[in-house]
Design a protein around this ligand. Structure first.
Ligand code: FAD
Ligand code: EPU
Length: 276
């Protein structure tokens, strides 16, 4: 075992984009053996923390984070059939594909986090999701490494049915040859569609869009922009973004969510994953 994987107590607020979350034992792992060792007790797997609402009390489970050695990219067939380590940051991957002139990931432009988190959430925009290019994953499940095809993952709008306690370690993507300029143009359209999103601390959209509707529109129409509990606030820019103005707590955010839900007609389902 390398010293890297030794557990240390951290504040999860430093590992989430909402900047909320209490203490946890963090295991940064850099090999399958280290994953095996870390997973003998109950655990949670952390990606980039960009879709998580974590308890102010922290979590008692071990929190596992894949280290640098899980961010390799290996080509099977040139630049289009590739294995990507699950800890690879998504934004860098999208930019790299553009530079290489391969298409398939441009719809993910602007989404933070890492490849493992993107698969668990089937991250995407209306221009496409990771399900469009994912063909296979290598997953650690209950002590074993196995391969699952994309169709076995139940990828749908912002969700997957990855078995609980499974850790994606690598993802195989099938990309399509294109040209850097063409991919860049597609990325510019995605960027344009994100113009209305705030730059404050957030975890992206809080709620899934109900079928045929936009949660942001519903919240906006209900006059809830600027609604605030402590330092948690419905963004003035976009109704579906809850932003942390500084020292918001999980409790503030949960109370704000309850107030929103009680003031709109349509049931709104949370997109975020909750820890604790
Ligand atoms: P985390 O938040 O760390 O984890 C999310 C879930 O994935 C957790 O259940 C976690 O246990 C699981 N997980 C993480 N890694 C693994 C792994 N290796 N194996 C198994 N499970 C794993 N999302 C969109 O879909 N579209 C958008 O346009 C979008 N825009 C955003 C904009 C902003 C400013 C922000 C802050 C967020 C946005 N999001 C968006 C939400 C978020 O970025 C995505 O859901 C992202 O894919 C989550 O990845 P992550 O690595 O941060 O995962
Ligand atoms: N709208 C309002 N007021 C608002 C916000 C939005 O009226 O305050 C209206 C817009 O004018 C538009 C409609 O609602 O007519 C939809 O808004 P937008 O174009 O901003 O897209 P969205 O549906 O809110 C979705 C995803 C985003 C993704 C963008 C771009 C969900 C829940 N959200 O947002 O994903 O980045 O499209 O494709 O599906 C995320 O999942 O975290 C996320 C940010």
């Amino acid at each position: 075992m390398t010293s890297n994987s030794l557990p240390r107590t951290v504040s999860l607020r430093n590992y989430t984009t909402l900047r909320i979350g209490g203490p946890a034992e963090l295991w940064q792992v850099n090999s399958i053996d280290e994953i095996r060792e870390a997973t003998v007790k109950p655990f949670k797997i952390l990606g980039g923390g960009s879709n998580l609402l974590v308890s102010d009390e922290g979590v008692s489970d071990r929190v596992i984070k894949l280290g640098q050695s899980f961010s390799n990219i290996s080509a099977i067939d040139g630049t289009t059939d590739v294995w990507i380590g699950a800890a690879t940051p998504l934004p860098g991957l999208v930019r790299r594909a553009q530079r290489q002139g391969v298409s398939g990931l441009e719809g993910l432009f602007g989404i933070p986090g890492v490849v493992g988190g993107a698969i668990a959430m089937n991250a995407g925009t209306r221009f496409g999701s990771i399900a469009d290019t994912l063909t296979q994953v290598e997953v650690f499940i209950e002590g074993n490494l196995c391969y699952l095809s994309s169709s076995e993952l139940g990828l749908a709008y912002r969700t997957s049915n990855l078995p609980p306690n499974s850790i994606v370690v690598r993802a195989r993507l099938q990309l399509v040859p294109s040209q850097p300029q063409r991919v860049a143009r597609a990325m510019a359209s995605v960027d344009e569609a994100r113009r209305g999103q705030p730059k404050n601390k957030s975890a992206g959209c809080a709620f899934k869009n109900p079928p045929g509707k936009a949660a942001g529109f519903i919240i906006d129409q209900a006059g809830l922009k600027g609604l605030r509990v402590g330092d948690a606030m419905i963004s003035h820019q976009h109704g579906n973004f809850i932003v942390n103005l500084g020292s918001a707590t999980q409790k503030d955010v949960l109370e704000l969510i309850a107030q929103v839900r009680s003031r709109v007609e349509i049931p709104l389902e949370l997109e975020w994953r909750g820890w604790g």
